[in-house]
Design a protein around this ligand. Sequence first.
Ligand code: ATP
Ligand code: MG
Length: 289
Amino acid sequence: MTVAIEMGHTTAGAPAALDLEELLATRLLVQGNSGSGKSHLLRRLLEQSAPWVQQTIIDPEGDFVSLGDRFGHLVIDAEEHTERGLQSAGERARIHRVSTVLNLEGLDAENQMRRAAAFLGGLFDVARDHWYPMLVVVDEAQLFAPAVAGEVSDEARKLSLGAMTNLMCRGRKRGLAGIIATQRLAKLAKNVAAEASNFLMGRTFLDIDMARAAKEGWPCPSDAAIARAYGSHSLRRARRLLTYIEEQGLIVCQLDGLGRRVVTLVELAWATAPGDPNAEEAEQGSLAV
Ligand SMILES: Nc1ncnc2c1ncn2[C@@H]1O[C@H](COP(=O)(O)OP(=O)(O)OP(=O)(O)O)[C@@H](O)[C@H]1O
Ligand SMILES: [Mg+2]
């Protein structure tokens, strides 16, 4: 039987559906700027699939706790449990096939990582008899699989990254279908992101903001504006990003006689108006983020 999870409508008005079986057989990465609707999308996906499949959510902000009221998910407040207790909660969730929300709200980064790792470890390590398919959703995945070392201890980072790597790289055989969301791919550990085979891309500077500048005939955003949209202060990083996207064949960057930059989106054949790459951000080419 094919189960279609309705996510919304296409621009033509037809239902936009995801095939649940396909979702369970693969791994999904959701990416978009803050406020672009990632958590909303995950929520929709969970609500639509709740009657059909067991699910668990690693919830750093407490956004998904109310799934308990409507769909009967067991909400586990990580604050109230030890790591050992959470490991065993993960195992029991699988043995009893209960949908759960691991609420990590209120914990510091170190403890969010440690406790999520313990719970994921329980899901992963359960005996083979219990390897039934389930969705494992991780919102703000960069918190648990960060690309660079932050202020947490090496041990916490290792535990958490290990659990996320297990989920995304070795989970499928055990029935765990990873669905992860993040604001910036650059913030997510590469080995974790690399395993995703399906992508839902929300608003990011390239596909919407740059396209909008081109469509509306606005000046090409400056390096400073691009850096900000990318979540960085580094102008070099902004230039490297443009070069990278150009190397992928998606855009062409040109300078006019006055040193102003024009970006053409290859597939759409839309071009921005000329913009000064060195302009202060406020002067021109602001990106809607
Ligand atoms: N498809 C939608 N229809 C209606 N409202 C939406 C839709 N998608 C998002 N929203 C609303 O937009 C706001 C931002 O969405 P959401 O919290 O999901 O963003 P986010 O990508 O998770 O952001 P962050 O990275 O900051 O967590 C919310 O108030 C949400 O309810
Ligand atoms: Mg969110």
